[in-house]
Design a protein around this ligand. Structure first.
Ligand SMILES: Nc1ncnc2c1ncn2[C@@H]1O[C@H](COP(=O)(O)OP(=O)(O)OP(=O)(O)O)[C@@H](O)[C@H]1O
Ligand SMILES: [Mg+2]
Length: 248
C-alpha cells in the first residue's frame, strides 16, 4: 500500500481521453519520476492528484485516487492542497517580498505569531537550500531572484504548510547545470521526510534521483518499477525505445 493509490484512473477533456486506466501505488518518502513524451499526460496526472484538474473546463475524472486510504473526492480542496503541494514548471512567486511569499499560507490559516513565522521561514528556506543566499535580503522582491532561486523559493513556500507529498512539474527545465544540481540535492534530502513525485523530461535526472520511475505513453502507464530496473531492464518494447531516444 502506497501513500497514494491511483485506481483505474481515466481523465478526459471533452471527448478526448487523456489518461487511460492508470493504476499506480506511490511509495511514501520516496522519489517517483514520471517520464514520457510531450503531451502524453504527465502534467494532467499531477493536476489530477491534487484535484486541480477539476478546475479545467470540460475535464472528467473516472476511477479513484486514495490518499492514505481516503478518497480525495471526499476530502476538502483545502485539505488536499495542504497535504499534497504542487510546484509548477515555471516558478510562480507572488509579486511580494521573499518573506511575504514564505508567510502567505500560514497567515491565510490565521497564524500571526511573528517569532514562530520567522523561525518557520528560516527553517524552510534552509531545507530548500536558499537561506544562505537570501538571509540578509528577505524583504527583497521575490521577482528579483534568479530563475533557480525563484524555483527553490516556490519549493520552500510549498513546504510552509507541511505537506506530506510534493508534486513537481519539470522543476529544472529552465535551469542550468549548477541550479539543477542544487535542486536535485535538495530533493534527495527532502525525500527523507516527504513523498516526492517529479515530472521530468531529463532521463538522466530520473536515473540520478528517482527511486521509482513511471513511463507514460499516450495516456497509458506503460511501465512502472524501481528506476534501476526500468532503465537497465525495461520489460516493454515501448519503454526501451523511449529510453533509447527513439521517440519524444
Ligand atoms: N485544459 C485542457 N483542455 C483540453 N486539453 C488539454 C488541457 N490541458 C491539457 N490538454 C491536452 O491533454 C494532453 C496532455 O497534456 P499534458 O499537459 O498533461 O501533457 P504533458 O505530458 O505534461 O506534456 P509536456 O511534456 O509537453 O508538458 C495534451 O494533448 C494537451 O493538449
Ligand atoms: Mg507537462
Amino acid at each position: 500500500m502506497g501513500i497514494i493509490s491511483i485506481k483505474n484512473l481515466s481523465v478526459s477533456y471533452g471527448n478526448i481521453k487523456i489518461l487511460k486506466n492508470i493504476n499506480m501505488e506511490i511509495n511514501e518518502r520516496k522519489i517517483t519520476a514520471i517520464i514520457g513524451p510531450s503531451g502524453c499526460g504527465k502534467s494532467t496526472l499531477l493536476k489530477t492528484i491534487n484535484c486541480m484538474v477539476e478546475e479545467e473546463t470540460l475535464s472528467r475524472v473516472e476511477g479513484e485516487i486514495l490518499f492514505k486510504d481516503n478518497n480525495i473526492k471526499e476530502m476538502t480542496k483545502e485539505d488536499i492542497r495542504k497535504e499534497i503541494g504542487l510546484v509548477f514548471q515555471n516558478p510562480t512567486c507572488f509579486p511580494f517580498s521573499i518573506y511575504k511569499n514564505m508567510v502567505y499560507a500560514q497567515k491565510y490559516y490565521g497564524n500571526t505569531d511573528k517569532k514562530k513565522l520567522k523561525h518557520m521561514v528560516e527553517e524552510k528556506l534552509k531545507i530548500a537550500g536558499l537561506y544562505d543566499e537570501v538571509s540578509n535580503d528577505l524583504n527583497k522582491s521575490a521577482l528579483k531572484l534568479s530563475g533557480g532561486q525563484q524555483q527553490r523559493l516556490c519549493i520552500a513556500r510549498a513546504l510552509t504548510v507541511d505537506p506530506q507529498v510534493i508534486l513537481l512539474d519539470e522543476p529544472c527545465s529552465a535551469l542550468d547545470v549548477k541550479n539543477t544540481k542544487n535542486i536535485e540535492e535538495m530533493l534527495s534530502k527532502l525525500s527523507q521526510d516527504y513523498t516526492i513525485i517529479i515530472v521530468t523530461h531529463n532521463l538522466s535526472q530520473a536515473k540520478r534521483i528517482a527511486d521509482y520511475t513511471a513511463f507514460i505513453l499516450n495516456g497509458e502507464l506503460v511501465e512502472y518499477s524501481d528506476t534501476e530496473t526500468l532503465f537497465s531492464n525495461p520489460k516493454d518494447k515501448r519503454t526501451r525505445e523511449y529510453i533509447e531516444g527513439i521517440y519524444g
